[in-house]
Ligand binder design. Structure first.
Ligand SMILES: *Cc1c(COP(=O)(O)O)cnc(C)c1O
Length: 228
């Protein structure tokens, strides 16, 4: 039962942050992050109203997708290697983590083979922290343009992960920079680009991310509890 309660609490907190920022609370979707979570607990989250699940490893997603028989969306949120592009294009409804031309090209080829138009987000490493994936801010526009020209991918927005900071206020500038970048790119009216989504905010900082414009918040621990 605690999973349903956790989800309800997150929903309420996200809605409060949205109203606080003058945003429509319905514009925020919780992506329940299922890494290390078994199918039974995932099922519980789905029963509690979660409709989008996030995984950061292709091989883990494969097993879980088979076990969850409800109509849900699966989003790839982790770093993707080109040799996993074929399976990723088959398994996922959206890829948040496009961070290079190579990986975009591989996804485009594979989505094409499957007759699929795959929505993607470009991951930007706003803080330029070495351990984080994502393109540098100054390279993001070029990658967006390249992906937009690919026949079988559609750019739907941007994703970022700030360096870990206990205090979410320390991450606010990262979220704000991503939103400003999104707004600048949206104004350019690039064909094949629809800058709807900002994927940002995790268990400990999603309220700040929502205040700064997040539409997809990626929540693991606050729903399922601490990972081992
Ligand atoms: C694990 C993970 C999350 C969720 O993190 P929590 O702190 O458990 O909410 C979000 N995004 C990505 C990319 C992750 O790998």
């Amino acid at each position: 039962m605690f999973i349903a309660e956790n989800i309800e609490k997150i929903r309420k907190r996200a809605q409060r942050s949205a109203r606080h920022a003058g945003r429509d609370p319905d514009g925020i979707t919780i992506v329940a992050v299922t890494k290390t979570v078994d199918a039974e607990r995932i099922q519980e989250a789905v029963s509690a109203g979660i409709s989008v699940l996030g995984e950061n490893r292709v091989q883990d997603a494969r097993e879980k997708i088979q076990k969850i028989d409800r109509a849900v969306q699966w989003h790839m949120i982790g770093h993707l290697q080109t040799n996993k592009a074929r399976e990723a294009a088959a398994l996922f409804d959206m890829v948040h983590s496009v961070d290079s031309l190579r990986v975009a090209q591989a996804l485009n080829v594979e989505a094409g083979k499957q007759g699929k138009k795959l929505p993607v987000l470009v991951q930007v490493n706003i803080s330029e922290e070495e351990s984080k994936s994502g393109v540098k801010a100054q390279e993001a526009l070029n990658l967006v343009k390249s992906v937009a020209a690919m026949e079988n991918l559609t750019v739907q927005g941007l994703m970022t992960m700030p360096p870990y900071a206990e205090d979410p206020e320390k991450s606010r500038w990262v979220f704000r920079s991503l939103r400003e970048m999104r707004d600048r790119i949206a104004e350019m009216d690039i064909q094949g680009v629809c800058m709807t989504h900002l994927s940002m905010g995790m268990s400990h900082d999603f309220e700040t991310a929502v205040e700064e414009g997040a539409t997809l918040i990626r929540i693991g621990t606050a729903i399922f509890g601490e990972r081992d």
